[in-house]
Structure formats: C-alpha cells, structure tokens
Design a protein around this ligand. Structure first.
Ligand code: ADP
Ligand code: F6P
Length: 489
C-alpha cells in the first residue's frame, strides 16, 4: 500500500556516534579549543540539516577533572554537542582495543589479531567487556537527554551494543542503527568470539541500515546462519519482532563543495597550486592513514608506472595527503613508518635536485585547501582494500565540474556501486592493473573524461547526505507505525 511520509515535521534527532564532529584540545583548566574531526561519518552527518539535531559522543580527549568536564560540556553545548566522558583505560580497551584492533580489521576482511596483535584470549574478553561498558556510558547520556518522540540514531561499529542498552531501559524509544563500514560475509563475522551478542544487540534496533545492498545481505545471512533466525525481504524476525534491514547509501553535501570553489581564498589556493605544478599532471590521494586505504599499494603502483613509463617521469606528480588516525594502535604506527619508507625510496630513485615524484603529507588540510586540491588535480586515486563507502571519491567528483578529472576507484569501496560507471575501477591488490590504469587516466581524451565525469557528477549532486538522513529517519518512523499496527491486529 501507500507508504507514510514523515518528512514534513521537524523531527528531534539524537545522533549518537563515538566521535563528535569536533575534537577538543585543552588550553587551561577550563579553556578548550574545538577542532573539526576528520572522517566520513562526520562529513556525512554535518551535511544533515533538516532536523532539530543534538549530537552525543566522545570529544577525543581524556578529561579526568570536574572543572574540565563542565567547561568542555559548555563549549560543546554551543555546537549542540553533548560529551560522553571515557577514562583512559576505557579508551585503551574499547577504542584502541576492541573497536580498532578487532572489529575494524575484521569488518574490512583483514581478519582477527594473531598472537602478536593480541597477547591472550583473556585480553579479548576484557576488551569486549570495556566495549560493553563504554556503550552503557553512551546509553546513560542518551537517557539523560532523551525526550519522548525523539529519534535516536546510533552510528557505526563502535556502538553495536547500544541499541540493546537503550531498548532495555525504554522499549518505546525509536532506535535506528547505521553501519558506516562494510558488514562482511557471515563467514568472516562468525570468527568473532562475541558474534552472537553483537548481532542480538543490533537487532534490538527498529531499523538497521547499511551503505550497500550487499552489506545488508551479509548481515541478514549472519542472523539466519549464526542466530538461526528467519530472514524476510523486509528484515529479520525473532519471536514475532521484526527488525527492518535496508540499504541507505550515504552522500555528501555537494553544494557546500561546489559553492566553496567560488570563494576567493579557494581560488587563491588554486592559483598557487597551478603555478607550483605547472607543466606536470597532478594525481591526488586523500585518506586517513589507515590500513584499509591501500596507501602502500597505491604508491607501489605509481612506482611501477614510473618504472614502465620513463617519458612520464618529470611530467607527473602524486600528492598523497594522509591524515594520521588512531595513532595509539600499533598497526597504525607500523603503517606510518612503512609508507614513509616507500615514499623515501621512490623519491630517492626517481627524484631530481629540483623535483620529486611524490609529495606525502602526514596531516589534514582545511576545507578550503582541500577543495582547491580537488579542483586542480587531473586524477584522483582511491585504492581502498575495503571501504564502507568512501566519500573522498564523491568530494573529488563534486569539485571537478570544470576540469573533468579522472577518478580511479577501488572496486572494494562501497562507492564503486554508485560511481563505478564513471570511474576507472581497479583491484588495488593488482599493482600492474593500477599502474596501467594510471597511464590510461593520464592519456584519456577530453570527450571520454567529460562523459565519465558527467555520469558521476549527476549521481553526487542528486544523492546527498541530507537525502540519506531524511530517508533513514522517515523509514524509521514508518517502521515503528507499521509495527504498532501489526501488534493491534
Ligand atoms: P573514512 O570515513 O574512512 O575516513 P571517507 O572517504 O568516507 O573515509 O571520508 C573521509 C573524510 O575525511 C572526507 O570527508 C575527507 O574530506 C576527510 N579527510 C580525509 N583525509 C583528509 C585529510 N588529509 N585532510 C582533510 N580531510 C581529510
Ligand atoms: O566509519 C568510518 C569511521 O570509523 C568513523 O567512525 C569515523 O568518522 C572515521 O572512521 C574516523 O575514525 P576515528 O573516529 O576513529 O578517528
């Protein structure tokens, strides 16, 4: 029958995510500076405007004292953010441990830690206990700020235990959960010692969302195979309770990027960059310095391209902007030194006194610099080994209306399903294939570039972050009304 639509009214929305859109830096006993956080989740949610939103999460910093906590809560309140305070030990076991050493690699098909990454199975259990404890702390803060009728939208793998905590305390709460990473094949998920508890907890939500249909399908398979529940086209059913499961591909606030290109400061950055790299084609990588982004593979493919194409050696440069992330996790530290080593070797091999082929920066760029870079570069290289969606690819396309640059995109990024027709899709593990795609992109005739770009641009401007959130929240409201109607029948 006809679907109900709740989009007209201004809905109060509690967004609950591990990381707040701003991270705090302490300057004194009660003085805080707030900096923009980096990551796809923040980018997507900042593009959501239609709701009366409050954001609950961690400010990325340990605040042991009451004076500091009060001052930080006040500073965050101006941004409509509410802090969850996590002590150092919880952060170590929950964030560095269970989230980023166990769930993150598993969901991206890297697997579970071997002995060198995890000393004993007892520490696995203590990390899972800390994960549950942290999720309970998030639930406490949600409860404190919840008002009847609010939609509570929980985000990502850090908060898989949260739907259960919330529903146990208030079964009437409207709870949605969305995963920003891939959900892996059930054969991967079943390796996880806490596989049952996590699935059951997520199923406590009313609506569960993923970026792609494949991730949703994997989740349903995990529920049917591991929990032995019944999967229906609508979702998963457990003793008469249906949890709706669906795909909601995220997007960006494309207008924000397109408009930024007109700003004088962005134009100035563009001018400087054009002068700096005059006479050379410029390729761009923008990533968090994460093992899933395939940065070493990307750089090795570029080396192979230079090796096989001596005529290009002084005519192309790769700018790799890699912002450090999760720096307390040993795997990330190893990756940083590995990338530095490869970049140094290649620059030593192919550089001259006046130029090097790779510019690698370990930092984040501000929004204006980033837009300028997206706009002036000839090729973007997104080589994730796995990636939930990858919004960098969307941002690049949004900024390329005048240049019509080429996007080389990993087939293992969720974005391959939406931008695949316009991008050159590659298997990032196949360095030879990526190297030849670089050559293809650099030599691509203007009419082909234009056609490919146009295809992707149309998608990026019509599938925005706002639309993503509106669809999710509307679907959550519909799901709840339908459930009420079912129980009345
Ligand atoms: P992830 O969520 O895994 O970080 P996405 O590609 O979906 O991956 O999102 C990354 C977001 O972070 C984008 O909005 C991008 O602009 C931003 N970002 C990534 N690296 C940098 C950087 N070095 N400087 C500034 N912003 C960055
Ligand atoms: O799903 C991507 C994600 O894990 C988001 O949760 C987060 O915005 C981003 O990566 C950055 O990671 P972190 O919050 O650990 O710095």
């Amino acid at each position: 029958g006809k679907r109900l639509d709740f989009r007209a009214s201004k809905q109060r929305l509690l967004v609950v995510a591990n990381r707040l859109p701003v991270s705090a830096v302490r300057h004194g006993e009660d003085s805080w500076q707030l900096e923009m956080s980096v990551g796809g989740l923040v980018t997507a949610l900042l593009g959501v405007k239609e709701f009366d939103t409050r954001w609950i999460g961690w400010a990325g910093v340990n605040v042991p004292d009451e004076i500091g906590q009060k001052a930080l809560a006040k500073a965050l309140d101006e941004k409509r953010c509410i802090p969850v305070f996590l002590d150092e030990e919880v952060v170590h076991q929950y964030y560095n441990g269970y989230c980023n050493n166990i769930l993150w690699p598993l969901f991206h098909y890297i697997g579970l830690p071997q002995e060198d990454r995890l000393a004993t199975t007892r520490s696995f259990q203590s990390q899972f206990d800390a994960y549950k404890k942290a999720n309970q702390l998030f639930a406490d803060v949600v409860n404190e700020h919840y008002e009847e009728g609010d939609v509570v939208w929980c985000h990502d793998y850090q908060l898989m235990f949260l739907p259960k905590c919330l529903k146990e305390r208030n079964s009437k709460m409207k709870v949605g959960w969305f995963l920003h990473t891939p959900f892996p094949s059930s054969e991967i998920h079943r390796m996880l010692p806490s596989r049952l508890e996590l699935l059951r907890s997520v199923l406590a939500a009313d609506l569960v969302g993923f970026h792609t249909y494949d991730y949703a399908r994997h989740f349903v398979s995990a529920c049917t195979r591991i929990l032995r529940l019944e999967g229906t086209p609508e979702g998963v059913e457990d003793q008469g309770k249906l949890t709706r499961i669906a795909a909601f591909p995220v997007g960006i606030d494309s207008e924000r990027f397109i408009k930024a290109l007109e700003l004088p400061e962005v134009q100035d950055h563009m001018k400087v960059l054009k002068q700096r790299f005059a006479g050379r084609k410029v390729m761009l990588g923008v990533d968090r310095l994460d093992m899933i982004k395939g940065i070493p593979q990307k750089i090795l493919a570029f080396e192979k391209f230079l090796e096989e194409n001596p005529n290009w050696r002084n005519k192309v440069v790769l700018l790799q902007i890699a912002v450090p992330t999760r720096t307390d996790v040993p795997e990330y530290q190893k990756l940083t030194s590995q990338v530095h080593e490869i970049v140094g070797r290649i620059n030593g091999r192919f550089g001259s006194l006046t130029a090097v082929p790779i510019h690698h920066l370990d930092r984040s760029l501000d929004f204006h610099e980033l837009c300028a870079l997206y706009a002036v570069t000839d090729v973007a290289l997104v080589t994730s080994l796995r990636d939930g969606m990858n919004l960098v690819s969307y941002e690049y396309v949004a900024c390329q209306e005048s240049k019509k640059g080429v996007l080389i995109l990993s087939e293992f990024a969720g974005a391959a399903q939406s931008l695949g027709a316009g991008a050159i899709l590659v298997n990032p593990w196949n360095v030879t294939e990526v190297a030849s795609s670089i050559g293809y992109a650099l030599n691509m005739p203007a009419d082909e570039r234009e056609k490919r770009h146009h295809h992707n641009f149309k998608h990026v401007i019509s599938h925005t972050a706002q639309e993503w959130a509106a669809t999710f929240v509307s679907e959550l409201n519909v799901t709840i009304v339908e459930a009420q109607l079912r129980t009345r029948q």
